[in-house]
Design a protein around this ligand. Structure first.
Ligand code: RIB
Length: 302
């Protein structure tokens, strides 16, 4: 099959990860276990997930003209992602995420830096890239006006749009009406539905676009009532980037014309595999690894 085209418009961060048994309280100092810098950012993570699964991925974003920016550019290039539209900017630093990892779970502080240089004008400059995609994948770590512009252009060209509403914020109704799929986690969905004063029919429309991710439980979709697409149990080492892996995989499956429930099952498997290694992108599997994993789980049933 010819490679399907996924365009990701979003953030590129360097993740500064501290692994610790104890999370300090305010004013307290504790000794951590280890520290590492590793590529991240929701946009870049989703782009890497999709590229490893065999899609032709273009990333539109910004990095700073600094060491992190150079390292991330090099890394994403090695992943085979098309970076013609990743601009280095001089007056701000590359985005960072300070992550505390404790007992397999995390808390994150993002400093947007260069990610906020992804302007609506920059998105407009890339209209031809959007027009040439099968699926456009968006998150909320770049300015909201730019997300809006991307969704408008994608719809103008009849493209499938997935919006991963993370980190969650109040979203204009127009944006919600432009996207085809929303992929919040449980907490994000609650805020998403509560933030706008929505009429019952608007609420229904948005709910019907939601694919709610619930970690190992899998995801919930609304198809004449709530339906669960079960997840896969694995031993979690680091859950950072699990949602991004899910989104990247969902974009690839939908671009290949796979129906929603099957696409969610596949994306659940990708999300599960991604948490088995340290770092947002380290555990993201290749297409072959996912196929082997799914086969193995089928064999275990029989
Ligand atoms: O979704 C995980 C990502 O969120 C991390 O890689 C971090 O960079 C933050 O953007």
């Amino acid at each position: 099959m010819e490679k399907r085209k996924v365009t990701v418009i979003g953030s590129i961060n360097m993740d500064l990860v501290t692994k610790t048994e104890v999370i300090p309280k305010v004013g307290e100092t504790v000794m951590g276990e280890s520290f590492f810098t590793i590529p991240g950012g929701k946009g870049a993570n989703q782009a890497v997930a999709a590229a490893r699964l065999g899609a032709e991925v273009t990333l539109i974003g910004c990095v700073g003209d600094d060491m992190f920016g150079k390292d991330l550019h090099e890394h994403l290039e090695k992943e085979g992602i098309i970076l013609n539209n990743v601009e280095p900017v001089t007056h701000v630093s590359t985005g960072t995420a300070t992550i505390t990892l404790s007992k397999g779970d995390n808390s994150i502080i993002v400093v947007s830096g260069a990610n906020f240089e992804v302007t609506p004008e920059m998105v407009r400059k890339n209209e031809s890239v959007i027009a040439d995609s099968d699926v456009v994948l968006l998150q909320l770590e770049i300015p909201l006006e730019s997300v809006m512009e991307a969704a408008k252009l994608a719809k103008k060209h009849n493209k499938t749009v997935i919006l991963n509403p993370a980190p969650i914020q109040a979203l204009p109704k127009e944006l919600l009406s432009l996207v085809d799929y929303l992929t919040p986690n449980e907490h994000e969905q609650e805020l998403l539905l509560a933030a706008n004063s929505l009429a019952p029919d608007e609420l229904e429309e948005i709910r019907s676009k939601c694919i709610v991710t619930k970690g190992p439980e899998g995801v919930f979709i609304y198809d004449q009532g709530e339906k669960q697409i079960k997840g896969f149990e694995v031993e979690a080492v680091d859950t950072t980037g699990a949602g991004d892996s899910f989104n990247g995989a969902l974009a690839v499956s939908l671009s290949e014309g796979i129906e929603l429930k099957e696409a969610c099952k596949y994306a659940n498997a990708v999300g599960a595999l991604s948490v088995t290694k340290l770092g947002a992108q380290s555990g993201m599997p290749t297409k072959e690894e996912v196929e082997r994993f799914l086969q193995q789980r089928e064999d275990d049933k029989s």
